[in-house]
Design a protein. Structure first.
Length: 185
């Protein structure tokens, strides 16, 4: 049996790229458009992720209302070691953002005097009433194993008193954000 032949009225057979009545360029853009939309959507998502505010790192907040003394011979539970370090129970806490003169050991007699003044200033700030310890959770520590914390207090008028700012304002300590420290001698 022979295949049926086309009638002469059937018409001309179109090439493959013209079957839908489209040019090659039109077919290219029709096939490329979904990929273009996908790329634009991914780019928009990446830009939004960059501009979107990231959540604040978790903070731990503690209210401290215990009486404090100066550290010395004997076991003091809550005491001030020097102008930027305190003991609370068995924890050693460094006031974040400042550097105070050293007391253990001082490098010169001038640093000893400035260190005593800084420790007295920090003790006076702590004794003004309950204060708040805030810091990163999990706890950030310095090279000596001390917890790095921000000490602050909310005043009756609603403003926040920063111990580090008060220590710097009284010239008992300097601003310090890691790096080389200036000598006190």
């Amino acid at each position: 049996m022979s295949w049926p032949r086309r009638r002469s009225s059937y018409g001309r057979v179109l090439p493959t790229h013209r079957w839908q009545g489209l040019t090659r360029g039109q077919r290219f853009w029709r096939a490329f458009r979904p990929w273009l939309y996908t790329a634009a959507l991914l780019l928009a998502c990446a830009l939004l992720a960059r501009l979107w505010p990231s959540p604040a790192p978790p903070q731990s907040v503690e209210l401290i209302s215990a009486p404090f003394t100066r550290c010395g011979p004997g076991a003091a539970e809550n005491c001030v070691i020097d102008g930027d370090t305190i003991h609370i129970g068995t924890r050693r806490i460094r006031v974040q953002g400042i550097d105070a003169p050293e007391l253990h050991p001082p490098r010169c007699p001038n640093e000893q005097a400035l260190g005593e003044r800084a420790a007295a200033q920090l003790l006076a700030l702590i004794r003004q009433g309950p204060f708040i310890l805030t810091g990163a959770d999990p706890v950030a520590r310095d090279e000596y194993g001390r917890e790095l914390r921000v000490l602050s207090r909310t005043r009756p008028d609603g403003s926040v008193q920063s111990f580090a700012d008060d220590m710097v304002a009284s010239a008992a300590a300097r601003r310090y954000e890691r790096g080389a420290r200036q000598p006190w001698c």
